[in-house]
Design a binder for this molecule. Structure first.
Ligand SMILES: [Zn+2]
Length: 369
């Protein structure tokens, strides 16, 4: 099957393919359960939007892989494609009995439908998995006007370069990167807003895990993203406070792809309220081993510039019509930045997505023996 086959044109098509493929796995003898977590927000024609969870294999076993996509809605095109290609591979394998796979398909369907990274309240859900939502990075005030300009940016934006270079010279690249990306809980219309309470999607997911994973002991969690790092290359990001033993395990599995979430090393930066630290803090009774697989698309300045332009157009445009905004250049640009239309990129994405997923399965099988 060609790579482009797994990439969908919109959320609804992606969802249909997901449901169809898990049903095929069921027909092949797998234990499959499908839960739809329906959200209050709706699609353009008042369609229901849901987070779909597929449970494959034995939910009563000790070991589980939790494979999630689309927490940043617009990145869901890539995340869904990887999940679909992995499910397709599983169709060729014998039914899973010794462990369990849980696929969370598109955590932020609103963002995927409207080609935004955030949800309907401008909340970055990967900054929202917290018990308390308050504060902002110490330097956010210093960069706020640059990150969130009061005027709507045009396509050609000379001031962006001038102001950006000034800030980097004044405060250093590492600091500026960290302040922009960390997450803030004070400015609902600005970038990297993490909300003022747990959003509906994260709450439903945490409840689902709490209520359904009764016998699970060990969870290997993989969350899929795009936008950071060299084009087509995947960085495996891990938590800063990872135990030495777990670090060694992941190092032996993923080698040089592994990077800690430290702003002074590699492409990463520290974030607050990301999904994995949320899992660990809300559900501390499981043994967690968490990785974020992040696929590079374009250079970071281009990525940031497109996020900044899209947010400003969305917040300050006088024409609030959602369809108009979805067709606006800033939104179309964002879609391409996080979901490049390149066959070469798509092939690398699926290839590495599969490699990492099946390494996680090998890891589980090794532990079972
Ligand atoms: Zn992301």
């Amino acid at each position: 099957m060609s790579a482009s086959h797994f990439f969908s044109n919109d959320y609804f098509q992606a969802r249909n393919k997901f449901v169809k493929t898990i049903n095929e796995l069921k027909d092949l003898g797998n234990q499959v359960r499908h839960d739809e977590l329906i959200l209050d927000c709706k699609g353009p024609n008042q369609e229901d939007l849901s987070i779909d969870i597929a449970t494959i294999g034995s939910i009563d076993s000790d070991n589980l892989i939790l494979y999630s996509s689309g927490i940043h809605g617009v990145e869901g095109f890539a995340g869904s494609a990887i999940q679909l290609s992995v499910l397709e591979q599983l169709k060729g394998e014998s039914p899973i009995t010794d462990y369990c796979l849980v696929f969370i398909h598109i955590i932020n369907p609103y963002g995927m439908v409207w080609h935004r990274r955030v949800n309907e309240k401008n909340v970055d859900l990967n900054r929202n998995f917290l018990k308390v939502h308050q504060g902002e990075p110490e330097g956010y005030e210093k960069i706020n006007l640059f990150v969130n300009p009061q005027t709507i940016p045009s396509k050609i934006d000379f001031m962006f370069w001038l102001e950006g270079v000034n800030l980097i010279l004044k405060y250093g690249f590492t600091n500026v990167k960290q302040w922009i990306a960390q997450g803030q809980y004070t400015r609902p219309m600005s970038l990297q807003y993490g909300g003022n309470k747990l959003e509906q999607g994260p709450e439903l997911i945490l409840d689902w895990l709490k209520n359904n994973l009764i016998k699970t002991k060990n969870i290997f969690a993989i969350d899929l993203h795009t936008g950071l790092g060299p084009s087509g290359y995947d960085t495996i990001l891990i938590q800063e406070d990872i135990k030495e033993k777990d670090y060694q395990t992941l190092q032996s599995m993923f080698g040089s792809h592994l990077t800690q979430l430290d702003p002074t090393k590699g492409v990463g930066y520290r974030v607050t309220g990301d999904i994995h630290s949320g899992f660990v803090s809300f559900l501390p009774n499981f043994n967690w081993l968490c990785i974020t697989q992040e696929f590079g698309t374009f250079n970071p300045v281009k990525v940031f510039k497109s996020l900044r332009a899209e947010n400003k157009w969305t917040q300050y445009n006088k024409n609030c019509d959602k369809i108009y905004l979805k067709r606006h250049w800033s939104r179309r640009n964002l879609l391409r930045i996080f979901n490049p239309k390149s066959i070469k990129w798509q092939k690398r994405l699926l290839d590495r997505g599969n490699k990492v997923f099946f390494k996680a399965i090998d890891h589980i099988n090794f532990n079972i023996k």
